[in-house]
Design a protein around this ligand. Structure first.
Ligand code: SF4
Length: 697
């Protein structure tokens, strides 16, 4: 007990934010919760500023502790009882489905939800609501890398090897990744890699904190990464670095790729991307001569309307060099959201069932339907990807009601003003969150949910390592867990069989995933507790888990990886006389995703108080803009305002802004809603804008 007689509580858990899932200890003393770092393989005792301050939101004055219901007379959100709020939602769902059919109700989830919640949400949509419309914000995060991984390797696990392999690589190529700002503890692996004599090469249009640490920085024009990838493979083949045995015995489809990259001589790539031939050659040689080499992509390469093909270009490069499956070598994607990996494995995606199964595969449907105790032919078919779903809301052919769990699309969706309008057109909008996000502020009903320190469950980090999230204490009075909300709603909708108990949900998830690509059948909470997590696939409790994939074969029918020829194509929107500048979005260290949480933490707000527009001084000079002066960024879709931040490290033809803020500083007001045809990933990383002094309002 503490001095005042309160019990002292302590629990070993993980950070609530990004996919590194750093280990931490939460300690409650005299009612106050503090964060202590914890030795764990991913962070080795390190935490970033976001992790250190994560407990502040547990007792934040903005925290929601009672349901809110919109008063029809005043139009204001007013406190309501749980019974009234849930009864209103159940009646609203019944009414919308009676008038417009089952698919008129949609569900939108998040990559921060635990595996149990992601699974329960998919089950709720397909069994309780019997709607085909469910998708989630992970579609905006790493869906392009997921699709590229599936078509090349037959499996999508962000890193198919443990993080510690990064430290072993002689050459490490980071494409569109800025871990020094997004996941700082990971930088230790990069430091270790260079201390061992390794070479770090970064591809990024901006001189980021990560690029500053690199031995070589390639700074291509936004949207030209695929040309860079093809040119690197061209050089590798020309200079004899390809691994002929590996290509012959472990892959298929190389001939077509060789033909495609033959046209990508380095000077052509330089003319398009601006990356000097000498730098392309140095990169290809560093990869080709290394005993161990790793190629990693992240959002910079992936958030394009050609994101799947861009990632595939780098996968082709890795395969031609014979990297995947060798220790300290391979291709991987740095997943962003806390449970970005697990969130896409358990049925939250429009086209998937638990275990990373395809929803249109009859065998998969039969298996999952058996676990769920429903006839397979009653399971809905595939829905549509996130942006398409959001953009159809409230339209004559689209859903009339939406339930949002763990997401804030008003800030995070591309062309956000249009999506905000769609949400306003709905007959019923329900948001479950612990803060009044910009999306929750539009809702008809807001349900206050538990925070990460108040519930048990599992998360799957960027390595495919399944971890335990452990509760320090129960939720405060008036607050419920997402699982309890889903279970109560299912009962009210006469579709019982769901439970609020996360361990029971996980037990069912294991059965549902058994035999799938992401097989959790052999993973129990006890097994996770006994080790530093368990890597999937893990089909048997008495069998091994899988820290490294592809040593003996790939997850394709013939065990071989697939090359796919991919060609550069222009961005969906190019610059022109009216909109002469490229615009690209990204993140800053002290904020996370749509900022709903981190903008409310005092130290983070102090470190990154506002949005900004990064401009090259030459461009600012031409436009008559001084450092710190408010500027307006406009595209064909909208505009936002933020202070200028002059930086000689950005290309003079490109402007950058972080997307963590809403209101008039919402960067996604201008982004393009063109999407990748395979993954549905929007083109967040490039559109055409003009910039001017903001002037008086
Ligand atoms: Fe949390 Fe990610 Fe920071 Fe680690 S790097 S403390 S997981 S936000």
């Amino acid at each position: 007990a503490t001095r005042t007689g309160h019990p002292l509580r302590e629990v070993a858990t993980h950070c609530p934010y990004c996919a590194l899932q750093c280990g931490m200890v939460l300690r409650e003393e005299d009612g106050r919760v503090s964060v202590l770092p914890r030795q764990f393989p991913t962070n080795r005792g390190g935490l970033c500023q976001k992790g250190w301050t994560s407990a502040e939101l547990l007792a934040h004055p903005d925290r929601l502790t009672t349901p809110l219901l919109r008063d029809p007379a005043s139009g204001e959100l007013r406190p309501a009882s749980w019974d009234d709020a849930l009864a209103y939602i159940a009646a609203g769902i019944r009414d919308v489905q009676r008038r417009h059919g089952r698919d008129a109700v949609a569900v939108f989830g998040g990559g921060g939800l635990t595996n149990e919640k992601a699974y329960a949400l998919g089950r709720f949509a397909r069994v309780t609501l019997r709607t085909r419309h469910i998708d989630y914000n992970g579609r905006f995060c790493m869906s392009s890398a997921a699709a590229a991984g599936m078509r090349a390797f037959g499996v999508d696990r962000g890193l198919p090897f443990p993080l510690s392999d990064l430290g072993q690589a002689d050459t490490l190529l980071l494409v569109g990744a800025n871990p020094a700002e997004t996941m700082p503890p990971l930088v230790r692996w990069l430091t270790e890699q260079r201390q061992r004599g390794g070479k770090l090469i970064v591809v990024d249009p901006r001189v980021t904190a990560t690029a500053r640490q690199a031995d070589l920085h390639l700074q291509p024009l936004p949207g030209t990464d695929l040309a860079v990838a093809n040119a690197l493979l061209h050089i590798a083949l020309t200079e004899g670095y390809a691994d002929g045995d590996y290509i012959a015995t472990r892959t298929t489809g190389f001939t077509d790729v060789r033909r495609t990259v033959a046209g990508w001589w380095p000077a052509r790539a330089e003319a398009l991307s601006g990356v000097p031939v000498a730098d392309l050659e140095e990169t290809a040689r560093a990869l080709g001569t290394a005993e161990r080499a790793i190629v990693l992509t992240a959002r910079g390469a992936e958030q394009h309307a050609k994101g799947v093909d861009t990632v595939t270009g780098f996968v082709n490069l890795a395969l031609a060099l014979g990297l995947p499956g060798r220790p300290g070598s391979g291709y991987g994607c740095l997943t962003g959201q806390g449970n970005g990996q697990g969130g896409r494995e358990h049925g939250q995606k429009a086209d998937q069932l638990p275990g990373y199964r395809k929803i249109d595969d009859p065998e998969a449907r039969a298996h999952v339907a058996r676990v769920w105790g429903v006839p397979a032919d009653e399971l809905p078919g595939p829905g549509v990807p996130a942006y398409q779903l959001l953009d159809s809301l409230g339209t004559p052919a689209g859903p009339r009601a939406l339930l949002v769990f763990g997401s804030n699309p008003v800030v995070s969706a591309p062309r956000a003003a249009r999506i905000e309008g769609r949400l306003r057109d709905l007959d019923l909008l329900v948001v479950a969150d612990f803060l009044l996000s910009e999306t929750a502020a539009l809702a008809d009903v807001v349900l206050p949910t538990a925070q990460w320190a108040e519930e048990d469950g599992t998360m799957t980090n960027l390595e495919g390592r399944v971890l335990r999230r452990r509760a320090l204490r129960p939720p405060p009075n008036g607050v419920r867990t997402d699982l309890a909300i889903l279970a109560d709603l299912a009962t009210r909708l006469a579709a019982p069989g769901t439970t609020a108990d996360p361990s029971a949900v996980f037990a069912e998830l294991r059965r549902a995933s058994a035999g799938g690509i992401a097989d959790y059948a052999g993973i129990s909470w006890a097994r996770i507790d006994a080790a530093d997590g368990v890597f999937w696939p893990c089909p048997r409790e008495d069998g091994p888990d899988a820290p490294r994939l592809f040593a003996d074969g790939f997850a394709t029918p013939d065990g071989r990886a697939r090359f796919h020829p991919v060609e550069h194509r222009p961005a969906a929107e190019e610059v022109c006389a009216e909109y002469p500048l490229y615009f690209t979005t990204g993140r800053v260290l002290a904020q996370y995703q749509s900022g709903t949480q981190t903008r409310r933490v005092a130290a983070l707000r102090q470190a990154a108080p506002t949005a900004f527009v990064e401009l090259h001084p030459d461009l600012a000079d031409r436009l008559g803009i001084a450092d710190g002066e408010p500027v307006r960024v406009s595209s064909r879709r909208g505009e936002f305002q933020a202070p200028a931040r002059l930086s000689p490290t950005i290309r003079p033809d490109t402007v950058f802004a972080p997307f963590h803020w809403g209101g008039t500083a919402r960067a996604n007001s201008v982004t393009n809603d063109a999407v990748d045809p395979i993954s549905g990933m929007p083109e967040f990383k490039i559109c055409a804008v003009r910039v001017a002094k903001a002037g008086p309002p």
